[in-house]
Ligand binder design. Structure first.
Ligand SMILES: Cc1cc2nc3c(=O)[nH]c(=O)nc-3n(C[C@H](O)[C@H](O)[C@H](O)COP(=O)(O)OP(=O)(O)OC[C@H]3O[C@@H](n4cnc5c(N)ncnc54)[C@H](O)[C@@H]3O)c2cc1C
Length: 365
């Protein structure tokens, strides 16, 4: 992260790749850490009283928002590999002119030797690190060289199909991300190479990164993608035979949207009061026992917080349809007459969502 923000501070022209790597890597590691934390705490970690449960829920969204990680992996593969892919294509396209341009041999021969004989070029030199970290620098340099080597081999092996082989792209991207994490950690350790705690943590990261990178390299070529695709195709064909009305269909479905089973909404916290039918007993109990409800002297299901001591006679913001009562909320905020309640933050406003044709039909998602 700090290596990347440093690039921003020194006004580097293009840090799209590095920021994409930060987004994916940090969200994946954050999720892994909180998932481990919950597992370590056992049942207690699952309970609401302990902060871990909330962090667990909050972390999950980071893999989806600001560019879903699978989409970002393809971006990292394509944008990160662009120059090398263009170089290889350039050599391939101009190789027929080698008699007129013998200088081409200088690039074509090493590339051919690498692709067909497995002869790798020399690793880059990493010199600007503390003397005690030079072996780590050499290890890093070998991995950089090997990433480039595996990218070239993958391009040759998959040919043009690599453009749509997203599972393959993801493995190349994973290797690149771990390599970047390696570089960031080496850079940080280099500032303080003698701190034992930092050093031990960094050494573990280097091991972990190399392990993950080498695994990704292997899995570029050895994987279960083909049987996965066959299984997915069969499953999709089977799913297409099932009646949509028995199943939950996501709103984003381009074909079957609105044809699925209506899901119970009772467990979702919402404003108290007569919004769209009575909330369930559980919801009423939750709301009644919430700190905000207690401060309002509510002993049971209370009317809209908007009407509580605000001196306003407006209905609940929830009842104001598409506009989500923003006018009402804003007015209260401006007047400083009340604070947002906890339950207001959870208000999903199901009644304000557009209604769709309930006619069930069979279709794929
Ligand atoms: C709480 C919350 C707050 C949000 N806030 C904002 C906001 O402030 N501003 C804003 O602009 N947006 C916001 N969003 C929307 C958010 O940016 C999107 O949810 C996110 O970009 C993912 O898009 P999607 O939900 O349409 O999922 P989809 O794009 O439908 O993705 C669903 C799944 O399919 C995968 N997928 C999709 N396309 C591909 C592909 N080409 N290759 C491989 N896999 C693919 C994804 O990785 C994902 O796993 C918010 C969402 C939530 C839940």
């Amino acid at each position: 992260m700090y290596l990347t923000t440093g690039m921003l501070d020194r006004h580097d022209d293009d840090i799209m790749l590095e920021t994409a790597v930060c987004k994916v890597f940090c969200s994946e590691m954050g999720w892994r850490a909180v998932n481990d934390a919950m597992q370590i705490m056992g049942g207690e970690g699952y309970m609401t009283e302990n902060e871990v449960e909330r962090i667990f829920r909050d972390s999950r969204i980071n893999l989806i928002v600001e560019g879903a990680n699978e989409v970002m992996q393809s971006f990292i593969f394509a944008y990160g590999g662009k120059q090398l892919a263009e170089h290889m294509l350039g050599v391939r396209e101009s190789i027929g002119q080698v008699y007129r341009r013998p200088a081409l041999l200088k690039v074509a021969i090493p590339l051919a030797a690498e692709l067909y004989l497995g002869i790798k070029p020399r690793s880059p030199a990493v010199t600007m690190v503390d003397a005690s970290l030079r072996p780590v620098g050499r290890r890093f340099a070998r991995l950089v060289r090997d990433l480039s080597h595996n990218f070239k081999l993958a391009s040759r092996y998959y040919g043009e199909a690599i453009v749509w082989r997203q599972a393959v792209q993801a493995r190349v991207a994973d290797a690149a991300m771990w390599l970047y994490a390696f570089a960031c950690t080496l850079s940080k350790l280099d500032r303080n190479p003698n701190d034992p705690a930092e050093r031990d943590a960094a050494m573990h990261l280097f091991d972990l990164a190399e392990h993950e990178i080498r695994r990704s390299f292997r899995e570029i070529f050895q994987h279960t993608d083909e049987s996965m695709q066959s299984a997915a195709k069969s499953a999709m064909a089977q799913i297409a035979q099932l009646p949509n009305s028995d199943y939950a269909i996501p709103e984003a479905s381009p074909v079957a949207r609105g044809t699925g089973r209506k899901l119970p909404q009772d467990g979702i916290k919402r404003f108290p009061g007569p919004v769209t039918g009575s909330p369930s007993v559980d919801t009423q109990r939750d709301i009644a026992s919430s700190p905000s409800a207690r401060t309002q002297g509510a002993g049971g299901p209370s009317p809209s917080p908007c009407t509580q001591g605000a001196g306003a006679s407006s209905p609940s913001p929830c009842t104001q349809g598409e506009g989500r009562g923003e006018g009402s909320v804003a007015r209260h905020r401006d007047e400083g007459r009340r604070q947002k309640t906890e339950s207001e933050h959870f208000c999903p406003l199901p009644s304000a969502l557009p209604t769709r044709s309930p006619a069930p039909r069979r279709a794929t998602m």
